[in-house]
Design a protein around this ligand. Structure first.
Ligand code: P6P
Length: 339
């Protein structure tokens, strides 16, 4: 039987056709991001060989300075956004301020109209242990009419995202994205350099048997969090307890597994991280758009992440994200409700 395969490019174009008013700019922008991530995946997959091939020190085989991978990933993505001619500003985890993009590469004189937030290589501290890491991105339409992008363009609520996604660099490189009509996953075929549709219309199970949290922070948690984690560890067949604990320590890896099989990922506020550790704009918002499109839920323990009005590009937020019923139950424990 011949299996019809769909490339990422064909899928993006088919998604674009669902929006009659689409100009094709968003499609091009998504494709530019995918291209940048293919380049990043090449370097991520080579990273382990840097020492073995004697490439340590200042230069690699091309005679280029060997950079930290997250700096490298940031430069590739920022450059691709600049020459792609669709972004009027990029906001990166690696840069303190947003970077305005000049219009000189814009198409047919059409103003660049998108704002792109990204964490270029989340979890990069895990790369030496060969643990999966990822790129996370979030796309908004500018609100200012023309001229250079403004900070207000960059500080919009997550509900205003037009698209969001991530690429997980693991045993294979997988890109997952949504443009508001479902969540779709693509696996990179390195032999042809194409992302091929492998997970169409992803839906996260409503209830799971997996929880992801760094239990080393137990002493810093609130009573509500402690009570919830104690609850999921209790033995009760009817409610599929005890849950399994799965925590990679790499957000994209933990999120991707939970999206596929169900699960709740929690990074709560604690005595050390009063607002949690994870960032609203380039971690929580994009993953929250994805999880809601996949039928899941994402809050800061009480309020919907996508409704939070940002005040700072790098602000942090507590994050409870994953299977709908599990997130709702965790919220009840946080509110001190009796279960
Ligand atoms: P902790 C990686 O550094 C990261 O930003 C996320 O990818 C991950 O989920 C989290 O931090 C892990 O934090 O405090 O548990 O090591």
């Amino acid at each position: 039987m011949v299996n019809r395969f769909t490339t990422l490019y064909r899928h993006i174009i088919e998604e674009e056709r669902k929006f009659p008013e689409a100009t094709g700019q968003l499609s091009d922008l998504l494709y530019d991001i995918a291209l940048a991530c293919k380049v990043i995946s090449l370097e991520v997959n080579r990273a382990g060989l840097i020492d073995i091939l004697g490439l340590t020190g200042e230069e690699n085989v091309q005679g280029e300075a060997v950079k930290k991978l997250d700096v490298y990933a940031n430069e590739i993505l920022t450059h691709m956004m600049r020459i792609g001619g669709h972004a009027c500003a990029v906001c990166s985890e690696e840069d303190e301020n947003f970077i305005p993009m000049e219009d000189k590469f814009s198409h047919h004189g059409v103003l660049n109209k998108y704002i792109v937030h990204f964490d270029p290589l989340d979890g990069s501290s895990n790369i030496d242990a060969n643990i999966s890491i990822g790129t996370i991105f979030s796309i908004y339409r500018r609100v200012s009419k023309d001229g250079a992008a403004t900070l207000e363009d960059c500080l919009q609520k997550g509900i205003k995202q037009v698209a969001a996604g991530y690429v997980v660099y693991g045993s294979s490189t997988i890109m997952v994205y949504t443009a508001g009509k479902g969540v779709h996953g693509f696996t990179l075929d390195p032999s042809v350099g194409e992302f091929l549709l492998s997970h169409e219309n992803m839906q996260i199970p409503k209830k799971s048997k997996t929880y992801s949290i760094n239990e080393g922070n137990y002493s810093k948690w609130s009573d509500g969090i402690r009570n919830y984690i104690e609850y999921v560890k209790q033995n009760d067949k009817e409610t599929s307890r005890p849950y399994s604990s799965r925590y990679v320590g790499s957000l994209v890896a933990d999120f991707h597994r939970n999206l596929l099989y169900g699960g709740i990922f929690i990074y709560p506020a604690d005595d050390k991280n009063r607002n949690g550790k994870l960032r609203l704009m380039y971690e929580a918002n994009p993953l929250s758009m994805i999880v809601e499109q996949a039928g899941g839920r994402s809050t800061n323990g009480s309020n919907r992440i996508l409704d939070i009005q940002p005040t700072n590009l790098h602000q942090r937020t507590p994050l409870f994200i994953g299977s709908d019923e599990d997130v709702r139950l965790a919220e009840k424990f946080l509110a001190g409700e009796k279960i």
